[in-house]
Design a protein around this ligand. Structure first.
Ligand code: SF4
Length: 374
């Protein structure tokens, strides 16, 4: 049982809303100080209850780089209420053109040792369509500045499946990203919920077969560049997988802070209301959040375990998992059937999806869950 803890801090401010984004964030930045007050209070309160050592901290959002260095100093001061390991991975999301070299130096001095840059595309036309605030040149400048400030561990996010984006268009973004020498790359297929402005353009996204080619070609380029895939959307140079995100996929405990942040702790999942006003008025305490959240049922826990494990290239210990099911044999036979078809592979008793399996993972999971009786 993993007894270390991850912390996620949701910083809910953005310069403007991107047309595809349904994460909780606001563009009114007049209340950043009130937010930081509440965030620090919530962190200190939770540290009274959660005594596990912390080995990952992740500043996400929103756009964490919109907080001032002084505000971040206050947050880091509050974080000392937890026992944070000296070698903890401390990541911060940054959008291009929202931080300069001086800010990067300050982040390093505070203890940040990993950055995640919202590049999304190397095409200004695509960035404009996504209503990102930055250009492709801004990403290059940001990477140059963070490198000068001493960061050698950073991720670049890319999105595929954009409006009329061809396989070659996306490949160009992947190659441009690789030229910036990241240690980590995340590739996300664009998904548009009904609530976002770009939902109206959903019919013009790259068709499924183009998205498949985009994904497979990107996987190939990254493999050639020495980056290993460790999750359906994530690739890293050896030793640079994101320890914080691995907690999500291995069902390790983490606590979320800030409006809209979610947690998994003490066998319970819970979320803080995505409401900055309410959060600034009174942030919810950990005790109260735990009291309100029911413990996950055994069925829910087994469902999560399968879905999350099969996102990872290390896959699942098939027999150990089957042993927890009422009818493990039916599950194993369904899982084994994926191997000759090329959708899964087995190494030392662990079964993982192949890249072709990842492309149809929703269908595969539906069948496996049914066979598992979940
Ligand atoms: S910057 Fe990130 S969090 Fe903010 S609106 Fe754009 S995608 Fe969403």
């Amino acid at each position: 049982m993993n007894n270390t803890l991850g912390l996620y801090l949701h910083i809910p401010f953005c310069l403007r809303k991107c047309g595809y984004c349904d994460f909780y964030s606001v563009t009114d930045r007049t209340r950043t100080d009130a937010f930081v007050d509440s965030l620090c209070a919530q962190i200190r309160g939770a540290a009274q209850i959660a005594k596990e050592p912390v080995d990952t901290v992740f500043f996400g959002g929103g756009t964490p780089s919109l907080l001032s260095v002084k505000q971040l100093e206050r947050v880091f001061c509050a974080l000392t209420a937890f026992s944070i390991a000296p070698d903890a991975e401390i990541s911060m999301e940054v959008n291009p053109a929202t931080a300069n070299e001086a800010a990067f130096r300050a982040y390093r001095a505070l203890g940040v040792n990993r950055l995640s840059i919202g590049m999304q595309s190397a095409s200004d036309r695509e960035l404009k369509w996504l209503s990102r605030v930055h250009s492709a040149a801004d990403t290059v400048k940001t990477v140059r500045e963070l490198t000068r400030a001493g960061f050698d561990n950073f991720n670049l996010d890319l999105i595929y499946g954009l409006k009329e984006q061809t396989a070659r268009d996306f490949e160009a973004s992947v190659c441009a990203a690789l030229e910036l020498c990241p240690t980590h790359l995340s590739l996300y297929a664009l998904t548009l919920s009904e609530t976002v402005p770009l939902y109206a353009e959903r019919a013009r996204l790259s068709p499924d077969e183009v998205q498949e080619t985009q994904y497979l070609r990107a996987c190939e380029r990254l493999r050639e560049a020495g980056m290993a895939q460790y999750e359906i959307s994530n690739f890293a140079s050896p030793g640079f997988a994101c320890a914080h995100n691995l907690k999500y996929w291995t069902r390790a405990p983490y606590l979320g802070f800030g409006p809209g942040a979610s947690s998994f702790y003490s066998g319970r999942r819970f979320e803080i209301a995505p409401d900055l006003d309410a959060y600034c008025g009174k942030p919810p305490g950990l005790e109260e959040l735990l009291e309100r959240a029911p413990a996950l049922s055994e069925t829910d826990a087994l469902t999560e375990e399968l879905i999350l494990a099969l996102r990872l290239t290390r896959g699942i210990d098939a027999r150990a998992y089957a042993g927890k099911l009422k009818d493990g044999r039916r599950f194993l036979s369904e899982l084994d059937g994926l191997i000759p078809a090329g959708f899964a592979a087995e190494t030392d008793g662990r079964v993982r999806l192949t890249q072709n399996g990842f492309l149809v993972s929703n269908e595969i999971l539906a069948r496996l869950l049914c066979a598992a009786g979940l």
